[in-house]
Design a binder for this molecule. Sequence first.
Ligand code: NZQ
Ligand code: ZN
Length: 393
Amino acid sequence: MLNFEYYTPTKVVFGKNAEAQVGKLVKEQNCKKVLVHYGSGSAKRSGLLDRIFDSLRAEGIDFVSLGGVVPNPRLSKVYEGIDLCRKENVDFILAVGGGSVLDSAKAIGYGLENDCDVWDLYMNKAKPTGATPVGAVLTIAAAGSEMSNSSVITNEDGWLKRSCNTDYIRCKFAVMNPELTYTLPKYQTASGCTDILMHTMERFFSLEKHTELTDRISESLMRTVMRNAKILMTQPENYDARAEVMWAGSLSHNGLTGCGTGGGDWAPHQLEHELGGMFDVAHGAGLAAVWGSWARYVYHTDVSRFVQFAVNVMGVTNDFRDPEGVALAGIEAMEKFYHEIEMPISIHELGVDVTDEQIKELAYKCSFENTRTIGQFQKLNLQDIEKIYEMAR
Ligand code: NZQ
Ligand code: ZN
């Protein structure tokens, strides 16, 4: 087991009607004025936003609001939020929505406390020294931003999607009512479940051998998500299935499934971030589109890890004479699952027909203009990245 730090300071309030506690939770933060940040309309349509406003008013909390965050949240909205918060002397940000709203809120939080262009923090040109605190009311189980140290923003100038990861930005609290996710379109539910799975798979595919407890946690998390994702395809208002998936989303990305396995691989995520930046695809669906190609490209590095995945997670029968066959059967079984929940397993199925030039551009951007490798399980350079995009085409 490798050395690790595990830090999860977010207070979780989980269950039916949890959002009624928002006013009280914000009050505990001793802030003077709150920005309520939200997306393109779902929170308004469902009446959630009004209930949040009522809960804040009931506690006598002063607030302003800013909506309009889109999936793959934009830097321009972050600047708008920073300006509004400065003008209104906001000292706490309440995100009501999914990963995109949370990440936009986190970016505004960074922008308010750091004396530089906030994009510099995402481009690694400056390091954050703090952030205005953020709390969350989650409406989709997916990105895990409610308990993660990460914020991912897309700059429309060049369509670059980049992340900034520090503990400053971990949510003070996360309010999670699985019922709030009943209204999700099927595609977003499936895409969210894929992202949750991937957050554990990124950490599971490690070269470290002695991670028995973490492996068992990860394997059971992945099986739980797959079982309940299938239920949600036909029963979107199944509370227990929504609850299992929502809790898995947080545990998948709060560090638990990476304890002792190293920092995670993250190559599939890096490959997806360029697709998201250039083609504005749903993050989870983008991950499903590239994962199989990544897996087939790297599994030789440690076939036994892919055998463990195939047998313990995907239910493939072990055949000790043919570990490679078992490893490949596990990858195929995962792709079959993606199809069962109507997720793509290629970039074409994702709805994008990339040209040769675009594959080169994706790979160039993903390698930060040929200045870095991605991945830990197997380090991948510009040429490797290009080949994987080609396989995923
Ligand atoms: O904007 P609204 O109208 O709310 O619509 C959203 C959006 O269209 C809709 N939605 C959300 N809750 C809903 C709902 N529709 C009906 N009912 C509800 N209850 O769903 C759509 C997707 O929302 P989004 O927030 O984009 O989804 P997700 O949570 O998957 O977030 C994706 C973003 O998070 C980033 C991704 O790259 C992507 O930009 N990630 C953030 C991470 C982090 N901060 O730790 C880690 C992830 O790996 C990921 O990169
Ligand atoms: Zn993700």
